[in-house]
Design a protein around this ligand. Sequence first.
Ligand code: UD1
Length: 421
Amino acid sequence: MEKIVIEGKTKLKGEVTISGAKNAAVAILPATILVNGVCTIDNIPDISDIKIYCDILEKIGVKIKKIEKNTLQIDTRNITSVEAPLDLTSKFRASYYLTGALLGRCKHAIVGMPGGCKLGARPMDQHIKAFEALGAKVETEQGKIEVKAKKLKGNSIYLDIVSVGATINAMLSAVLADGLSTIENAAKEPHIVDLANFLNKMGANIIGAGTDRIRIQGVKELKNEGTYSVVPDQIEAGTFMLAAVATRGDITIKNCITKHLEPITAKIIEMGAEVEDLGGDAIRVSCAKRPNKANVKTLPYPGFPTDLQPQMGVVMAIANGTSVISESIWDSRFQYAEELNKMGAKITANGKVAVFEGVDKLVGAPVFASDLRAGAALVIAGIVAEGTTQVYNVQHIDRGYENIEEKFAKLGAKITRVKEI
Ligand code: UD1
């Protein structure tokens, strides 16, 4: 086991380069199953969720060659099993995309119920609704989901809830179905657009990704054996933007899509930060004074992302005045509040609402990451705080951030990873 140790009270300054988006990469990797050929995917983040995904794909017959650190060549010509190994699928959430991808290609999938961050109830009813709408029979028992169809037929799929995962699974299972499928009330996150771009490049016919209605005209096969580069990670970029504000630093964030960052940009400007769009793919965020209080409600894209809520919580913990966060996506996303309170924050979390009474300073303490984004928030808090912070449960952070301590160290943080004794 490892922990991250931080000597705090550093104003972060300098440049950071954002990696490829975790949530796009974990959709595109299984989507290669639909290709029945060889494709090369670039800008894949080097994180543990991707390593596990590759292990799963290899176990069902996919051949994967690492061309470079962030480039994989993926050969899906010979799928040997439609059953994904249950011990691996339970390690993270996005393993459920294997269901849609194997159903689309092989008309049959058996996948263990997914794991991932414990953020409250994470049902799959909308995914199942999509599979059934296309003509599949779905059975869920003994911790597995089995989906099977003689053939898949395009249909209208209305999602009762805006769900990223259900939108992606509906897309994956509809791409090779007969006829037209329409996903209504679809999620609009950047990684959904990225998945559609990848599939279209491989020969799919998808229009409307990024709006709440996605139309998919089924095609017979995907065969364009091309190269695709994963979109930059909106959440990693937002994490560094919020780190700049929390530490009253000055960070230039490179390899980002500034349009994807608008919900964060608007909020931190309201809190007193300066944000300069440097054109192309870079943004500069600085904050010369103590941030102002603000209120945030998390929403599906283009609202404020729930995956940046804990990092925003750190800014609010030291802001001038009392701030409120209303979490509208997950039931249990304030587990980090108790850890920040150990560092001197004054946060009262009650269900899906938390009140942040801003304090002058945070003080270092041993803290425990409950999940991926909570872990990132605690790292930022450690850099803000006086004294030493030890962040435990680093494995959560490694699921989604490539080289997190190297990136923060390059910005001036005194941060190291050590083996726990
Ligand atoms: C994805 C992201 C996650 C992010 C979340 C919301 C990935 C791998 N993960 O998770 O980081 O926090 O989007 O932006 O991309 N729901 C149902 N029934 C369903 C599906 C979802 O009720 O069948 C509910 C969930 O409980 C939740 C809401 O819908 O309250 C949104 O969930 P969803 O968008 O599906 O999240 P994930 O795809 O799991």
